[in-house]
Design a protein around this ligand. Structure first.
Ligand SMILES: [Zn+2]
Length: 50
């Protein structure tokens, strides 16, 4: 299990941009944590687990 916020492309450390709720289907929402990789600038997100 990779560390939380690890870039899936280069394995670098992601910087958290926040935790919006994205829409899944018509009525459901999913809270995610959005990261930008400080090494390659890839933006990616992970499902947020409390
Ligand atoms: Zn990266």
């Amino acid at each position: 299990m990779p560390e939380k916020g690890t870039c899936p492309r280069c394995g670098g450390k992601g910087i958290s941009l926040g935790m919006p709720i994205i829409k899944v289907g018509k009525t459901r929402g999913l809270r995610v944590e959005v990261f930008v990789c400080k090494d390659c600038d890839l933006v990616f997100y992970e499902k947020y687990e409390e």
